[in-house]
Design a protein around this ligand. Structure first.
Ligand SMILES: Nc1ncnc2c1ncn2[C@@H]1O[C@H](COP(=O)(O)OP(=O)(O)OP(=O)(O)O)[C@@H](O)[C@H]1O
Ligand SMILES: [Mg+2]
Length: 491
């Protein structure tokens, strides 16, 4: 078996690998590390859990130790949680170097990040959106001198999915030097190869693990045909079975939307299952907390959207359940790759409804193998069917009553962003408009009150004059008429 030292790595890095229990380099490491050390661009495509992270971290650390400065390397990833995980790998392997790293992701304090960036860390690990925001708004740092630009999950960064990174990547590429080494990694690179070749132009070394099947051999891949309406009863039954039959178990359940993710979490909690949710509508701190609880096995079930489908490395995960059949085979490959990592066993069960059979066929075609049927005791599922459906409905009603307004608010913000408007600025403008309107209302009320007061005063005066006039008349009437003699005297 090959050894790390034979790849050209320095003895301190070999010692670090040994200390971490990495005895022999994996094929992607054997092939990509020497090419990167030679100074070539690299595109590495290897199965999930095959050690792609170390394949770029190790040579970068070696080059950094030869000529340390900041910012030496920039790593881009599509998700925030993955950025933290990669930073962890840099920190562990680069400990003898006294490596300074910096994580730049959305949902965290931007001022603190700007300060960290200005201190010139050796390695910056970032999600494109937030890094581009910093590049647009700050001149306290730059990436003009970076030696390495890494794109982990490169195909996801370059495709135009629900999160489109194109504009942010343009800003980043414009700010990065043309003279650099570009390293691109993923388990599914091939369909974006042309775009990738445009980015990695420096004698690019392309390596794809030779394999008949595109998923891991140790992974037991199953499907379970279920009618749409009874899906959740099957899910509860599956989890109960794993809980009963295994001592040490961890499951990731993937769902199609944030709402389903939240509802399923509430539902499983009602059945006393130790579950946590992870989706993009949660606050970032809650996302980190949920993942930490799952990683430490305090909670055994993670219900997540595709925000958790790529790159996350949690060795205790033995089971992946696809609550929905993924619409793209690529998504399937990454989801099921959260188990059976680094030579371990694992099982993936995909729930397939009557409407999803064509999706199952597309997956089988792409991964080049047939999934096996997973059998369950239908009678047991039938027994819990009504209870599960009632609980799910109750959870849905509860969710709509609590989170609905907040979700609407978030969606409104998203809509504004899509329209190219700044939601915060819009909110400020609205608040200012409301203030002006209120002032106008108050002014109008004041005017009306003054007018009414004046009218009342006029009325009062009129009445007083009328009274005076009546009194005078009465007095005159009461006076005796002058006698004819007095009249003559006057004359
Ligand atoms: N040479 C090695 N020997 C044994 N284990 C290794 C070796 N290299 C890496 N690993 C371990 O394998 C696991 C998976 O590695 P990593 O996360 O880099 O996989 P990946 O190829 O990036 O997968 P994904 O496509 O899901 O992102 C990690 O826990 C890592 O520590
Ligand atoms: Mg990875």
């Amino acid at each position: 078996m090959a050894e790390f030292a034979k790849l050209g790595l320095a003895s301190w890095l070999v010692a670090q690998c040994r200390q971490l229990g990495l005895k022999h380099p994996t094929p992607v490491q054997q092939n990509c590390v020497p090419a990167i050390l030679e100074g070539r661009d690299c595109m590495g495509c290897a199965k999930t859990g095959s050690g792609k992270t170390a394949a770029f971290v190790l040579p970068i650390l070696q080059k950094l130790s030869e000529d340390p400065f900041g910012i030496f390397c920039l790593v881009l990833t599509p998700t925030r949680e993955l950025a933290y995980q990669i930073a962890e790998q840099f920190r562990v392997l680069g400990k003898p170097l006294g490596l300074k790293d910096c994580i730049i992701v959305g949902g965290m304090d931007m001022v603190a990040q700007a300060l960290e960036l200005s201190r010139k860390p050796h390695v910056v690990i970032a999600t494109p959106g937030r890094l581009a925001d910093h590049l647009r708004s700050s001149n306290t740092f730059n990436i003009k001198k970076i030696r390495f630009l890494v794109m982990d999950e490169a195909d996801r960064l370059l495709e135009q999915g629900c999160t489109d990174f194109t504009k942010d990547l343009e800003v980043i590429f414009d700010a990065a030097p043309a003279q650099r080494q570009t390293l691109l990694f993923s388990a599914t690179l091939t369909d974006t190869l042309k775009v990738l070749q445009g980015i990695a132009t420096n004698k690019p070394f392309f390596w794809e693990a030779p394999a008949e099947v595109r998923t891991v051999e140790q992974l037991d891949q199953r499907y379970l045909l279920v009618p749409e309406k009874v899906k959740d009863a099957y899910l509860v039954h599956l989890i109960q079975t794993f809980q009963d039959e295994h001592e040490d178990w961890s499951i990731i359940i993937f769902t199609s939307t944030c709402k389903t993710c939240q509802v399923l979490n509430m539902m499983l909690r009602r059945f006393n299952f130790p579950s946590v949710a992870l989706h993009s509508m949660m606050k970032q701190k809650a996302r980190f907390a949920a993942l930490a609880k799952f990683k430490s096995s305090v909670y055994r079930i993670l219900i997540a959207t595709d925000v958790a489908s790529r790159g996350l490395d949690i060795p205790t995960v033995q089971v992946v359940i696809n609550h929905n059949t993924p619409g793209l085979p690529k998504i399937y490959i990454h989801r099921v790759g959260r188990t059976a990592r680094a030579g371990r066993d694992g099982i993936a069960i995909t729930l397939v409804t009557q409407y999803d059979i064509h999706l199952l066929h597309a997956i089988e075609e792409e991964i080049k193998m047939k999934l096996k049927d997973f059998s369950v005791e239908e009678a047991t599922v039938l027994k819990i069917l009504t209870q599960v459906n009632v609980v799910r409905r109750e959870c849905e009603i509860k969710l709509e009553a609590t989170d609905f307004d907040e979700k609407k608010e978030i969606n409104k913000r998203k809509q504004l962003i899509l329209e190219g408007k700044d939601p915060d600025l819009e909110a400020k403008r609205k608040a200012e408009l409301a203030k002006i309107r209120q002032k106008n209302r108050q002014f109008k009320e004041q005017v009306m009150q003054t007018l009414q007061r004046q009218k009342a005063l006029r009325l009062k005066r009129k009445q007083q004059r009328k009274q005076q006039w009546q009194q005078q008349r009465q007095q005159r009437q009461q006076q005796p008429l002058p006698s004819p003699k007095a009249k003559e005297k006057k004359k």
